[in-house]
Design a protein around this ligand. Sequence first.
Ligand code: ZN
Length: 461
Amino acid sequence: MRNGCNRLSLCGKLPDAVEELTMRHSLACFTLALALCSVGTRGQSNSPAAAPLTIIRAGTLIDGVSETPKKNQLIFVRGDHIERVTEGSGATPAGAKVIDLSGATVLPGLIDSHTHIFLWGEDPAKGGYDANILKAGIALRAARATYAARRALEQGFTTLRDVETEGAGYGDVEIKQAIEEGTIPGPRLFCATRAISTTGGYNLEGYAPELEMPKGAQLVDGPVEARKAARQQLEHGADWIKVYMTHRSWVDKQGNLVSQPTLTVEELKAVVDEAHGWQKKVACHAYNGIGLQRALDGGCDSIEHGLEITDAQIAQMQRQGTWYCPTISAYYGDWAPADTPAGKRDRARAAVHEIGFKKALQAHLKIVFGTDIGGIPWTEPMAQEFQQMVKLGMAPMDAIQSATSRAAEMLDMKGEIGVIAPGAYAEVIAVSGDPLKDVGELEHVRFVMHNGSVFKSEIAK
Ligand SMILES: [Zn+2]
């Protein structure tokens, strides 16, 4: 650094204000840097060379990037990082702790790119979506989010892109803080905070028009309000911005699935322009039709659900480098009776989604794994989405990469998460069987290491 205070690099990036201060007082900055580093060590600071060494003996290693698994590997973990990976025949230094997973398949910690830790299912018998907001106070919601974070980690998901709190404000940013300071266990979180839609574009709705109902997203009208909402969310810690580009859906007289568009292209462009200026990305919930087209024309970075993507839209996504997060499982549960409008819609959604997903696969779109868990109860296995992807024609290794290295790239964490390689965070999981033969194995994760600490160990010897 220009001021010669290179100790600062110990803890990576510091806020601009701190950097400014250091230019004037290099001695003060040294002390401050040390103080900040000591606060940050539980979270994600670089590990000092003196940190103890742990060696994981992997019977089979699926590293998240390679197309074929490797047998009998040693993963050297120092502090919260992976130091190196070697053949299993190599010597293990005396004094190192050895975790024996020689009978297991070892993988990188999984990444779910579409979750809602603040949603508690939408079972109509339990009040549906609305009960999340109308019946639960913020403390209950935080307690449930705490449970959800733990559930995800137990299942081997060491990173979540959590795409909005459904009326719980900036609660996700605070849950993330609680995880980072070590107060509660949980995965690495990328938070979208409140999400954005338009008037008439989000729940709660269907109540007397005289009532001012709370909404599950921040509603905006016009590019000025849209930009302001993005600024507010970014100010309060959003890592991503989530936008609802379609809302209601139904089947029309011709039997086609229709979804109601929400933001205009101008409104979305204001959000995207603002977010990109902060070097953040925009995830767009979009089913099909006008809303999906506006999402692409407005420059969104990832399409969520994308139930009915046309060939032209797939080509546009390829040109623009747009990510596709299909969340298939969410459209297979809780169908309304077949002869009702809702039942027809539920079946139409699944039918077009299957076609869209297969087209996306064929076109090699950048597909990332996402469950929409929270919409699905947190008691259900998150890894069920792997089975759905494979059932619709995705190769198991491809499905695994959609939840590891590919998702890491979308999150601008390439080489840091979603991979077992030198320099990556030590996010390591294991299953007893072979997930390439039966991807359902991933529903039974038996070992979880997160940031170098063992969180769950049922099979390690
Ligand atoms: Zn969702």
